[in-house]
Write a protein that binds this ligand. Structure first.
Ligand SMILES: Nc1ncnc2c1ncn2[C@@H]1O[C@H](COP(=O)(O)OP(=O)(O)OP(=O)(O)O)[C@@H](O)[C@H]1O
Ligand SMILES: C[C@@H](N)C(=O)O
Ligand SMILES: [Mg+2]
Ligand SMILES: [Mg+2]
Length: 355
């Protein structure tokens, strides 16, 4: 099909709103390159931070400028956007809650329009770090010790909260990492080394999500592997990230020069092979589709490889690993987005036979 209309869905009601805009800009650029230019027509649809959907000139302007649109006078619920009816295939490049978590995927499934990436189950399991870790546990994938919590427990009465902190300290020790269960780009994450830091971090993470996770901290090299495919999946070469900051936080991720990406990672072949196998297993364990990036910890001294997480809509920004891992593995960015759209079309008739 020529001139297929690709609904580039970006922004979103998420703490990763700005990252999504950056990812969408990179994908739009790739869709305008080489054969993609005659094959696809981009239909940008921007979801404001407050959740309203905007098409037309505003969406185009956000895509061109990279600057979020904050005005509220053009409020549109999604169903009144003319663009929505014209899309042949959706490319949701939304990160975090309300985009990477199955909500949009459910809506697009009901619209009966093919879309890039995982369906409802894969997205939801891949987003929620507690559910994800349970799925990984079932698949026999090694990971750090963790404890899942709810906001209600954290914001409970002053008698219960200290007991909760006692339990976390005795189960996980310091340092540990406190995270909102459903977020990404390190938003809301803190590395904590004391009781007072733990209390503050739990309170902070609870302001982002009603589900939280605390993980034992590990001293390790950080390795990532990209996956592409539906039922026949392929793993990319493994990459490593190094940085001087305390951990791979938001600023380190998205400020040019703060982190170094090493592709391929300088690790033994056997380690690389094991990480690729584990990444493929993780993809299957959450029922992901299309694409994902799987993040690992490699404890060099012991040879231990621990899975950290899967990201079913990984970043495509200038400092993001996913497109760079594939570029090194022989799939340039324009071909990568083409393949992702073709994978969405390939999967669609299969998924639509449910029920
Ligand atoms: N248990 C842990 N031990 C040591 N470091 C950790 C641990 N958990 C997280 N980190 C640090 O925090 C970073 C972010 O963690 P994580 O990948 O879980 O968050 P995220 O918000 O889902 O990030 P993204 O989706 O952008 O990859 C890791 O890359 C690592 O630097
Ligand atoms: C976008 C960010 N959550 C990533 O995983 O790259
Ligand atoms: Mg993540
Ligand atoms: Mg990560």
């Amino acid at each position: 099909m020529t001139n297929l209309r690709v609904g580039l869905l970006f922004g979103g009601r998420s703490g990763e709103h700005q990252v999504s805009i950056s990812s969408a800009r990179a994908i739009a650029q790739a869709l305008r390159k080489e054969q993609n230019a005659s094959k696809y027509k981009i239909q940008p649809v921007y979801i404001q931070q407050n959740g309203y959907w905007l098409g037309g000139e505003v969406a185009q302007e956000v895509l061109e400028s990279g600057i979020p649109y904050l005005e509220v006078e053009n409020m549109q619920p999604w169903r009144s956007l003319a663009e929505v009816a014209e899309v042949d295939v959706w490319f949701p490049i939304l990160h975090g809650p309300n985009g990477e978590d199955g909500t949009i995927q459910g809506l697009l499934t009901l619209m009966q329009i093919p879309f890039v990436g995982s369906g409802v189950l894969g997205s939801a399991l891949g987003m929620d770090k507690i559910a994800m870790k349970m799925a990984f546990e079932q698949a026999g994938l090694p990971q750090v010790k963790y404890k899942g919590l709810t906001r209600a427990q954290v914001w409970s009465n002053p008698c219960v909260f200290p007991k909760l902190c006692d339990e976390i300290e005795s189960a996980l020790n310091y340092p540990c990492f406190v995270k909102p269960a459903n977020l990404g780009s390190s938003v809301g994450i803190a590395k904590v080394r004391s009781r007072s830091e733990l209390e503050a971090a739990l309170d902070h993470a609870a302001s982002y999500d009603r589900r939280l996770i605390v993980e034992a901290g590990v001293v390790a090299r950080e390795l990532e592997c990209a996956i592409l495919g539906n039922d026949q999946t392929k793993a990319s070469v493994v990459g490593e990230i190094t940085f001087d900051s305390d951990f791979y936080d938001y600023e380190t991720k998205y400020t040019a020069g703060k982190a170094d990406l090493h592709i391929p990672a300088q690790i033994p072949d056997a380690v690389s092979q094991q990480i690729q196998d584990m990444a493929l297993q993780a993809f299957a364990a959450v029922d992901a589709a299309g694409l994902a990036r799987v993040d690992f910890f490699y404890v060099e001294a012991t040879g231990e490889i621990l899975i950290n997480e899967i990201n079913t809509l990984p970043g495509f920004t200038a400092t993001s690993m996913y497109p760079q891992l594939w570029a090194y593995s022989g799939i340039p960015f324009p071909e990568l987005v083409d393949r992702l759209i073709q994978l969405a079309l390939e999967r669609y008739p299969i998924d639509s036979t449910h029920g």
